[in-house]
Design a protein around this ligand. Structure first.
Ligand code: AMP
Ligand code: GLY
Length: 419
């Protein structure tokens, strides 16, 4: 069969890499891909957000299955467009993608179905939001309703920060229409865990747990980023907790979506905080996490194509999904200045050497210039290693990282330290 992967980051590299192991697959395309993905599949120059262009391509090439990585095309309705043309595609519909596309939608869903999350209020004007903030005081969290490329959440410890977040979202409209409404919610504390789950609309199967490392510097200091590394499983996530989360959060969410008449098919990402009062949902996403996919997919033993087909056909209850009993560590290598402004076009050396040392090197912001591998984004590479325990995975990952060089490269030194 022929498969099309939509997207061009580390997550899509991990997805394409895993799919390429399936004996059922003859040819894989990726749109738009990157310099690393290009080494394993055919990359085509169509943007991940050009839904019509992608559907035209899938029709022309007779693609049997399309797999969508990022949230933007899902929220724009790529699944509805493909299905309307009779094309098979893995991912949630436009309506179901609201679970990530609108924080107001997801918070109201959790409230209606008693799914544990932070207390919240929704505001449609800046004045009302600011009044409320002044009344309840900090710490609190301000969230833009719509998609904001991971930048729409402000954890405010000072009242002034909360007020300026509301002003920039609602008055300056830094995220455009995504800021027409804001959610102001209770500040929660505790370790974070990501649980991805395969869903077919009725049945959901949680994957092994993982944890992202969002802050740019060691010990969780500095500004938030798209993710500086990940580990799987997440430390502190016991079997008891996993069972509780599966029954009281993930299954309830999938049931709630079905009851609302918008069944969720695809990968549901549940971001949790393990508070002293129990696990609480911080957010849902309608796709694999990045970098979480880079530690979870290397642990998957079952053919990913079989799982995705079962999700599309509503037959997930018939699947048994197996995982490697190993730990995984992914270290993200970033450009100088990231998550602020950064330069591109720096020559990258040592990727093959790192791979020889037993690591998987997933590309994010890479490109080819005059036959040379160069940087082209803030997060450049994700270096993943597996090990029988956390120490082995971590040592292998950092050993591989030490082979890679580009000007201004920086990365966290503490990923997997407590795994
Ligand atoms: P999000 O973009 O929704 O994943 O949020 C970004 C980060 O903000 C999360 O990973 C948490 O670290 C933090 N966050 C979100 N909601 C809350 C909350 N209610 N209390 C404390 N931190 C939060
Ligand atoms: N790692 C966070 C995300 O994928 O949204």
């Amino acid at each position: 069969m022929k498969v099309l992967v939509v997207g061009g980051g580390g997550r899509e590299h991990a997805i394409a890499w895993k799919i390429s192991q399936s004996p059922k697959v003859e040819e894989i395309f990726c749109a738009p891909g990157n310099a690393g993905i290009k080494k394993i599949v055919k990359c085509i120059d169509i943007s991940a957000e050009d839904i019509k262009g992608l559907a035209d391509f899938a029709q022309k090439e007779r693609i049997n299955l399309t797999v969508v990585g990022p949230e933007v095309p899902l929220v724009l309705g790529i699944v509805d467009e493909f299905e309307a043309r009779g094309l098979r595609i893995f991912g949630p519909s436009k309506a179901a993608s609201q679970i990530e596309g609108s924080k107001v939608f997801s918070k109201k869903l959790m409230q209606k179905y008693n799914i544990p999350t932070a207390n919240f209020k929704v505001f449609e004007t800046a004045a009302d939001a600011i009044n409320y903030i002044e009344k309840i005081g900090v710490p609190l969290v301000v969230k833009a309703d719509g998609l904001a490329a991971g930048k729409g959440v402000v954890v405010a410890r000072k009242e002034q920060d909360a007020v300026s977040a509301v002003k920039s979202i609602m008055e300056e409209k830094v995220f455009g229409n995504a800021g027409l409404r804001v959610v102001v919610e209770e500040f929660l504390e505790g370790p974070e865990v990501t649980v991805l789950a395969f869903c077919d609309g009725k049945t959901c199967v949680p994957m092994v747990s993982s944890r992202d490392h969002k802050r740019v510097f060691d010990n969780d200091e500095g500004p938030n980023t798209g993710g500086m590394g990940a580990v799987s499983p997440a430390p502190a996530y016991s079997l008891e907790l996993a069972e509780m989360v599966e029954n009281q959060i993930i299954k309830k969410t999938v049931d709630a979506m079905a009851k609302e008449g918008i069944p969720f098919k695809g990968v549901l990402y549940t971001g949790l905080m393990l508070t002293n009062e129990g696990p609480r949902v911080l957010e849902y996403n309608c796709r694999f996490g990045d970098p979480e996919a880079q530690v979870v997919l290397p642990r998957l033993e079952t053919d990913l194509i079989d799982i995705m087909q079962a999700c599309i056909d509503g037959k997930l209850d018939k699947m048994s999904i197996r995982w490697k009993d190993e730990k995984a560590v992914c270290v993200v290598l970033a450009s100088k200045g990231y998550p602020g402004a950064y330069e591109k076009g720096k020559a990258i050396e040592g990727v093959e050497e790192a791979e020889k040392h037993g690591a998987l090197v997933f590309h994010a912001g890479t490109a080819e210039k005059n036959g040379m591998l160069v940087t082209s984004g803030g997060r450049v590479l994700g270096v993943t290693a597996l090990g029988k325990d956390g120490e082995e995975a971590r040592t292998k990952a950092y050993n591989a990282v030490s082979k890679i060089k580009f000007e201004g490269m920086h990365y966290r030194k503490d990923i997997g330290k407590v795994l």
